[in-house]
Design a protein around this ligand. Sequence first.
Ligand SMILES: C[S@@+](CC[C@H](N)C(=O)[O-])C[C@H]1O[C@@H](n2cnc3c(N)ncnc32)[C@H](O)[C@@H]1O
Length: 216
Amino acid sequence: MIDKDKNRETKEHKGGTNPQGFDRIVREVFAPIYPVIAQQIVAKTLTTSGRCLDAGCGTGALGRAIAAITDLHVTFLDQSIGMLRFAAKYASQEGIKECSFLEGDIHNIDLLDESMDLIISRGSSPFWDDWHRAYSEILRVLKVGGHAYIGGGFGTKELKEQITAHMSKEKPDWRDSFKDRIKAEREALPQIMEKLNPASHTIIDDESGWWVFITK
Ligand SMILES: C[S@@+](CC[C@H](N)C(=O)[O-])C[C@H]1O[C@@H](n2cnc3c(N)ncnc32)[C@H](O)[C@@H]1O
């Protein structure tokens, strides 16, 4: 990765300011959710080959779990170079060869129109500044007939309860820090979808969490 921006190491990134701390939490607390969610995404989208974008990938746990069970080439996108370094390190350790890494912003994705078969994103959208713009970028890079699976689920009710209990002890303000943003995004989505008019979109809202499943 070429260093174009000398301040990028110390830049403040919404939802990605502390890659080391986030990496520890993913390894110690969140790790079991990713293989479960990856299975759910594949079952729902039936997409196992072509190209996948993990938007706001963090340390890449969901994209890596998808790569492990499919033939998809996964592009890991994050605004934080620190997060991408972890994603690249783990992808290499896990022998994931079909992958690439993109430092950038969801509001202005540096990818060609209709270049992705599947776009996944977990735990990132509450941090996006402009959901209309972000979702229109997602739909721009998605192929016609492709799927996007965006949200904040935990895989199962039990995993959600387990993680919420752990995080509430470790960081008492954890839930409150993004609760209002999730509510605001959910309220904004119907109008955004009406304007962007994908072929279909469904809200998945159960005891394991919340997702929007879009087909272009
Ligand atoms: C809570 S982390 C979730 C990471 C990962 N998806 C996971 O579930 O483990 C949120 C991530 O979204 C990234 N992010 C937030 N806003 C972004 C934006 N506008 N463009 C790209 N990445 C963004 C942050 O840098 C951070 O890595």
